[in-house]
Design a protein. Structure first.
Ligand SMILES: [Zn+2]
Length: 178
């Protein structure tokens, strides 16, 4: 793991109220399930209240996703706006009691802290994943068909097509019921 991937939060954890701002530019290269066109850029802000670590990220990127209707790849701009808090245990060293504050490790499948260092790319990756569009469309509109869709639905069906037969039987049964 590259050194720039570790954001050192120890200074602010030992000095509650002190802010840290990290400017970010990362391609998250090791992530196979994300297809970034541009690096993730922006800032991560961090501050500790003494027993809570607050993180805020204001990031953006551009990545390739699949149209949810025709599966064609398409590029979308992603804005990543994150706000998270984490428990801190121990007395900050700046209080002069001989204590030491540390982030309480969370039980996550992919840890985002190593002691008092934030694993930048692991944290950013979580934000990118949740910021992806849920149902991206290459035309941007459900009313506008995808250019690559098979056109079967718009071609007229011939009389005697099974679809007409089943439609007729539905109508007949409705007549019977009335
Ligand atoms: Zn499409």
């Amino acid at each position: 793991m590259k050194r720039e991937d570790f954001l050192d939060l120890n200074e602010i954890l030992q000095h509650p109220g002190k802010k840290a701002i990290f400017s970010v530019e990362t391609s998250l290269n090791q992530e196979a399930d994300l297809d970034l066109v541009t690096p993730v850029t922006g800032e991560i802000h961090a501050i500790s209240t003494g027993n809570i670590l607050l993180l805020a990220a204001d990031l953006k990127t551009r990545c390739v996703v699949e149209c949810s209707r025709c599966n064609e790849p398409m590029e979308v701009d992603i804005v990543i706006d994150m706000e998270d808090d984490f428990d801190v245990e121990g007395i900050p060293a700046s209080y002069g009691t001989g204590g030491y504050a540390r982030v309480v490790p969370e039980e996550e499948p992919e840890p985002i802290f190593q002691e008092n260092h934030l694993l930048r790319d692991a944290y950013i990756r979580q934000g990118v994943i949740v910021s992806l569009p849920v149902q991206p469309l290459c035309t941007g509109d459900w009313d506008i068909p995808c250019p690559n869709m098979p056109r079967t639905s718009s071609e007229p069906l011939e009389e005697g097509h099974p679809a007409f037969q089943s439609l007729k039987s539905v109508r007949n049964s409705e007549d019977d019921a009335s």
